[in-house]
Write a protein of this length. Structure first.
Ligand code: HEM
Length: 407
């Protein structure tokens, strides 16, 4: 048995802009030294699909770093600091079950299916506004869509949308360890708290609508969760669903700009659009994650001691050549059946995955009908790789199609 620190591993510049812009050559290089591990400044990177699958399921040996991050940020006693330590992603055991149980039913596929007309209506409204432009940055367009569905899902008006989006962006970056931004992060967190507080107060005053918010308020009323947990869960949902879903749609558009025939078929055939989304979930996705080892374990002859930080590159694990033939070809008809790791593994597997997939399926099907022949119209800019990864600028030009001209 070899301890992880004794291995001679490739050192990956994981937070560098070169790697954020194009991570694949770095992972190929890492595989020349070891088939499932690399080193980096923030922890050991588990580079292989199979190893990610096996290790991420060891929930009792791993924990999401919370306190460590709060200490680095000097944020003990702040609202954001409390959130980072208390939130569901950091919780485990009975507490995690209790928190997850407070809203899980609302995210099941049957309930998500009922929201599809709402998604279609929302994306059509945004397209009515944006499609006539003939050119725009697709990242700006995409940032409007899933968050408006989330607002509608929680039965709230879009009046405060621009302000809330701004603070969701800040919250999204709050785990990138930029200490100098702590004041802004805390202000953003307090704004999000006040926003969800208004939602709760308004709903209690107005009476039930039978939606997600009612399910969660009922969990508070029955004593399953506290008032603070209700607020934190709502903030987590807005935050976990915002940057991720919009980035999946953007990454899909980036793939389809190179595949005009696939793009066209996504507009014509909804079942084919679903296949394209599934292939994107293998090809490149938005969310990487980390775990701190809390109890030593052995995996494939390597001892991994308590205190080791592990990074799971879920965003590109579908490009592992050991699992996928011709991994760099975008092929919605590919035969392999390995499940996507985009939504994680183990007990924290994404609660909103069916909602996210449905949003992107409905989105791309309608976008491909109203935005014909999209072309790249400028340089593409990428986020840093750790945390939520994706594209920050995707300028496109295209031929607008009016709603009335749709089949
Ligand atoms: C493409 C979109 C999305 C991606 C790629 C994504 C990815 C992930 C991943 C990888 C995890 C697990 C993180 C870990 O174990 O460290 C996770 C957890 C979670 N996601 Fe998502 N997510 C997406 C959309 C959403 C949406 C739309 C919502 C809700 C509105 C949501 C809510 C959550 C919640 C609440 C958790 C924590 C679950 C728990 O701790 O048990 N996500 N997500």
């Amino acid at each position: 048995m070899t301890t992880i620190s004794q291995l001679e591993l490739y050192h990956m510049p994981i937070a560098s802009s070169e790697l954020g812009n194009d991570p694949l050559p770095f992972f190929a290089k890492a595989r020349e030294s070891h088939d499932w591990l690399a080193a980096s400044d923030i922890g050991y990177v588990v580079t292989g699909y199979k190893a990610i699958d096996d290790i991420m399921r060891l929930d009792d040996k791993l924990t999401m770093p919370g306190e460590e991050i709060v200490d680095i940020m000097g944020a003990r006693g702040t609202g954001w600091g409390d959130f980072a330590i208390d939130q569901m992603l950091v919780s485990s055991g009975e507490r995690h079950k209790r928190l997850r149980g407070a809203s899980a039913s609302a995210f099941m596929p049957g309930n998500v299916k009922r929201l599809r007309p709402l998604m279609q209506e929302t994306v059509q409204q945004i397209l009515d506004e944006w499609a006539p432009k003939g050119a725009f940055d697709f990242t700006e367009f995409a940032s409007q869509f899933p968050v408006r569905v989330m607002f509608a899902l929680l039965g709230t008006s879009t009046e405060r949308l621009p302000e809330i989006m701004k603070y969701l962006e800040i919250h999204g970056e709050s785990f990138n360890l930029e200490v100098e931004k702590m004041d802004l992060i805390e202000r953003g967190y307090q704004t999000l708290w006040a926003f969800v507080d208004d939602l709760i107060v308004e709903r209690v005053a107005q009476g039930e609508k039978g939606d997600l918010l009612d399910t969660m308020i009922a969990a508070r009323s029955s004593g399953q969760i506290t008032d603070k947990e209700l607020h934190q869960l709502l903030i987590l949902m807005f935050a976990a669903g915002y940057d991720t879903t919009k980035n999946l749609l953007i990454l899909l558009m980036r793939s389809l700009l190179d595949e005009p025939e696939v793009y066209r078929r996504c507009g014509e055939d909804f079942d084919y659009a679903k296949k394209a989304v599934k292939e994107q979930l293998r090809f490149a996705t938005p969310s990487n994650t980390m775990r701190m080892v809390k109890e030593q374990f052995e995996y494939r002859g390597v001892t991994i001691p308590a205190g080791t930080m592990l990074v799971f590159p879920l965003t590109i694990s579908g490009r592992d050549p050991a699992m996928f033939s011709d991994p760099d070809t975008f092929n919605p008809e590919r035969p392999e059946k390995h499940a996507t790791q985009a939504f994680g593994r183990g007990m924290h597997i994404c609660l909103g995955q069916f909602l996210a997939v449905a949003n992107v399926e409905e989105g791309v099907h309608l976008i491909a009908q109203r935005i014909a022949n999209p072309r790249l119209a400028g340089p593409v800019a990428w986020k840093p790789f750790p945390g939520v990864w994706g594209i920050t600028s995707l300028p496109i030009e295209f031929d607008p199609v009016a709603a009335e001209a749709m089949a």
